[in-house]
Design a protein around this ligand. Structure first.
Ligand SMILES: Cc1cc2nc3c(=O)[nH]c(=O)nc-3n(C[C@H](O)[C@H](O)[C@H](O)COP(=O)(O)OP(=O)(O)OC[C@H]3O[C@@H](n4cnc5c(N)ncnc54)[C@H](O)[C@@H]3O)c2cc1C
Length: 512
């Protein structure tokens, strides 16, 4: 394996997998560095990948659910339980954060909701060259590759609209729930199919394609939706490799940047070199990596706005104690519907409430958990509200520990969501329980797009101000909350970053 390549991409979630694939498919040499393992799914087996780690179900739930716990009270600020574990949990002051670790990143844990920001104009005015109109083609490209579809009514089992018609006024546009699931023609008899890339996957099976993974491939994950094709174009994927720092290349070494990497297969440390490095390790880990790379001796320096404008997308999670004994509510699609309630506005117009998604709890069939908890999973739901928060948090590195400063009281959205959840409880007679401190699965910002060093870290093409060839292609780039599920927005951004980079690379080749 050569240590130099044109491009190194760090992280293989929606930002990393999409940018790495687009660039590799344009014929440019790309190395993708991912700290997590390949997951043991039907599609990944059919791709011929030998070294696979289990999803956190069955007994693997005990050993493979948690990868890393982060809290400033832990030595070094974090404790890694299993490098092949599935989830990373940050328990912080004012905010908890959950993300995942796999080849394919958050696509394994996500619920499959594929949407654009609910309020038009998200991209307008952020930086030169960016607008909603210009980003449309990138969203389209991503929706196509993820095979996003709106399920037919017969394919949405236990829909919220069906169960609560009369009690809840769900807004009509919310029925158009686009998802990255391959819905079965006959939902009671899902079939195996071969994708255009020659990968085997199964049609979605209610209860089996959720937040603990999709072993059959009913949910489109990035490992086969993007990476399988890019590997045929030469994309090199280094799994179980953790990037520790990005440094300027020392004299005499190839490329502009050196990436220091820990190889979790061997326990050894490696150096990889490239002219271009795209950081896409997920908001929290991208910020950690960039702060570490900037602040240590011989580091990158610059980036005065790094760690500012960090946010939670207004996420607020809760458990809905439906106590429904008539059916197993985990045997459905991962998301059963969205709701918005009409609420009082300024007296003249009614303002809609924040968006609330109703999601299935993971199926407890194969989980080693007590019976009473299995019943809570089967008879209740998870509900998640989201919306525009102030995105005014900061992330800093203090004595090597990541410190997040986020005050939920700065953002009215949390009180609005709590109020909406209370109204839903009242209208349905079924209690919703939540913690005061929000938990986000959609952290955003901290390495934001801006017009210059004074208001951002990266420009409208994703390139870091003052560091040519260094890019940010994940949710850390987003300068404001998408206010809805963000995966498609991150993927569209990564598609845009890749397209800009490819044009620049090809123009330089013609010149030389
Ligand atoms: C339970 C849950 C449900 C969700 N449901 C939805 C949904 O329905 N719709 C939606 O739009 N969004 C959803 N999301 C959010 C979505 O998953 C994230 O917004 C998205 O994955 C973020 O993409 P990313 O590229 O920024 O990072 P990620 O997808 O998190 O990818 C980052 C990758 O980088 C790797 N990495 C980290 N550090 C390093 C390092 N130092 N070196 C090498 N690799 C590294 C990680 O292991 C990871 O694989 C959900 C999230 C969760 C947790």
């Amino acid at each position: 394996m050569s240590d130099f390549t044109d491009v190194i991409v760090i992280g293989s979630g929606f930002g990393g997998a999409v940018s790495a694939s687009r660039i590799a498919e344009a014929g440019i040499k790309v190395k993708l560095i991912e700290r997590g393992p390949w997951r043991d799914s039907v599609p990944v087996r059919s791709m011929g990948i030998k070294n696979r780690a289990p999803f956190p179900t069955g007994w693997a739930h005990l050993t493979h659910l948690v990868r890393t716990l982060r809290n400033s009270k832990l030595p070094g600020g974090r404790m890694t339980l299993n490098k092949k574990g599935f989830m990373e949990v940050h328990i912080g002051k004012g905010l908890n954060i959950v993300c995942s670790s796999n080849v394919g990143g958050g696509s394994h844990i996500y619920s499959g909701l594929n949407v654009k920001p609910p309020v038009p104009g998200y991209w307008d005015g952020i930086a030169d060259g960016l607008s909603d109109d210009q980003m449309d083609a990138h969203y389209e490209s991503v929706f196509r590759r993820m095979q996003s579809t709106v399920p037919a009514p017969k394919q949405v089992k236990q829909s919220i609209r069906g169960r609560f018609a009369g009690d809840l006024d769900t807004a009509p546009e919310i029925d158009q729930l686009q998802m990255g699931l391959l819905f079965a023609e006959d939902p009671d008899n899902p079939k195996e199919v071969i994708t255009v890339d020659g990968v085997t996957r199964c049609e979605a099976t209610p209860g089996e394609d959720g937040n603990l993974g999709s072993p059959g491939g009913g949910k489109a994950t990035l490992d086969f939706a993007y990476l399988a094709r890019a590997m045929k174009h030469g994309l090199e994927i280094l799994d179980l490799r953790e990037a520790l720092a990005v440094r300027p290349s020392p004299e005499g070494a190839p490329g502009r940047y050196r990436v220091n990497v820990e190889n979790h297969h061997t326990g050894e440390f490696e150096s990889h070199y490239a002219d271009t490095v795209i950081v896409a390790a997920g908001t929290l880990n991208t910020l950690h990596l960039l702060l570490r790379s900037r602040d240590t001796k011989g580091g990158l320096g610059g980036m005065p706005r790094l760690g500012q404008h960090f946010g939670s997308n207004g996420d607020f999670m809760a458990y809905w104690n439906l106590n429904d004994r008539t059916q197993d509510l985990t045997k459905s699609n991962p998301v059963r519907g969205l709701m918005r309630l009409e609420q009082e506005g300024d007296g003249q117009t009614n303002r809609p409430s924040p968006l609330i998604a109703e999601a299935a709890c993971p199926s407890p069939d194969n989980l080693p958990i007590p019976g009473w908890l299995k019943n809570k999973f089967r008879r209740g739901s998870l509900v998640a509200g989201m919306g525009a928060d102030a995105q005014d948090g900061t992330v800093t590195l203090e004595k090597g520990k990541l410190k997040i400063d986020y005050n939920p009281d700065d953002s009215e959205i949390f009180a609005e969501i709590a109020d909406t959840l209370d109204q839903v409880s009242e209208k349905t007679g079924k209690k919703i329980y939540y913690l005061k401190r929000p938990t986000t699965v959609h952290p955003t910002g901290g390495a934001c797009i801006g017009r210059g060093l004074e208001d951002g870290v990266i420009d409208g093409n994703g390139e870091v101000f003052g560091h040519p060839g260094l890019y940010v292609a994940d949710a850390a780039a987003l300068p404001k909350p998408p206010a809805g599920p963000p995966a498609m927005t991150i993927a569209a951004w990564a598609d845009h970053v890749a397209e800009c980079f490819i044009a620049k690379f090809q123009a330089a080749e013609v010149e030389s």
